[in-house]
Design a protein around this ligand. Sequence first.
Ligand SMILES: *Cc1c(COP(=O)(O)O)cnc(C)c1O
Length: 451
Amino acid sequence: MSDIKVLLNESDIPTHWYNVVADMPKPPLPPLAPDGNPVTPEQMLAIFPGPLLEQEMSGERWIPIPEEVRQIYKQWRPTPMFRARRLEQMLGTPAKIYYKYEGVSPAGSHKVNTSVPQAFFNKMVGITRLTTETGAGQWGSSIAFAGQMFGIEVRVYMVKVSYNQKPFRRSMMQTWGAEVFASPTDMTNAGRTALAADANNPGSLGLAISEAVEEAASRKDTNYSLGSVLNHVCLHQTVIGLEAKKQFEKVGDYPDMVFACCGGGSNFAGTAFPFLADKAAGKKVRLVAAEPSSCPSLTKGVYAYDFGDVSGYTPLMKMYTLGHDFMPPSIHAGGLRYHGDSPLVCQLYNEGLIEAVAVPQIATFEAGVQFARAEGIIPAPESCHAIRACIDEALRCKQSGEKKTLFFNLSGHGHFDMASYDKYFAGELVDYDYPEAAVKEALKRLPKIAA
Ligand SMILES: *Cc1c(COP(=O)(O)O)cnc(C)c1O
């Protein structure tokens, strides 16, 4: 066996997703309607298919993965895990570093792990169209690919700044047959309202969500699809951690610490939750979410019920939030610019079962370039956050002489993000700490929930 690359067989692709709810100390807090009552399944059925809603609310530990979905997973799963020996040497650390690489998927990131089952379950209930939003374009391409696999039309509202900055992500979606519009558009009330207030509105993830949800709610043949945050999305991503555990078993090792970058939380959840099951069973393992200092929802946000979008169309979810009207600074990790986080991740963070660190932008690119020069793979700017956090720990081990085993998920490749690397090389990137005052200000605009 290679001492660099840990491969599994096709038969090792999980047959079930792992539902962390079964191992949580307290049941998850339900999404609420603005009147303070839990949202009813009927309300959610307007935009989500029944099987996904069942998963959303399930307390079952194991949820079967349909064979049709496993067939498509087989195209890139199991994904490889690597021992980063060259990076270890470069850092001079006694720590062992492993990473799993999700960039081998058709769309280049972990997001297809959920876009494929989402398209499948929508198809199953007779839905023929899906709407969604995309920031940097990773989710849009993933759902475009999945829609194509199951013969479902896909319409993507792409945040306008990204639409202009990332034309090749748009071409990718169009290659897989999706329609792509720069959000805000004049096709929805949410978009028209935003444009009336500011014709040059650059768009945001929250606003694009409003547009996609509005359209899905207004058409019977159309559902909405979300690339992160929700319980069923976190669930689908657990194939990452489940495979990783098998890979560690194969090399006879086990991580002391697990790192994953955290935008809406599904990548972190998918990587860390299967290890949390071991932790619940008494094993010692630290799980660390890495987020940008410019969008620090876990480390600086407030734990409160808030909307998932700008216009307040979504149910209220209890999460660490920077406020639903948060306008992100234009950082280059587009996939990490969400104002909140998965309610599951937030509840576990609140209970002290997982940890979070915020890392500044320039240091993340520094880590990404160091990683690329050691290991060859050019990481997505989002993934660079996990690499930074992991390298920082490896350097602490160098100081202390500890021989920890560190593991991170490399959520995607950066081949469509080279313009951001260019800016880094040109010294044009800036660090931006999201100010405490802005968090306090956003608190005032949190939705008031009827008692
Ligand atoms: C979208 C994205 C993320 C963030 O994912 P979440 O699951 O929302 O935290 C991380 N890495 C890559 C490569 C992405 O495309």
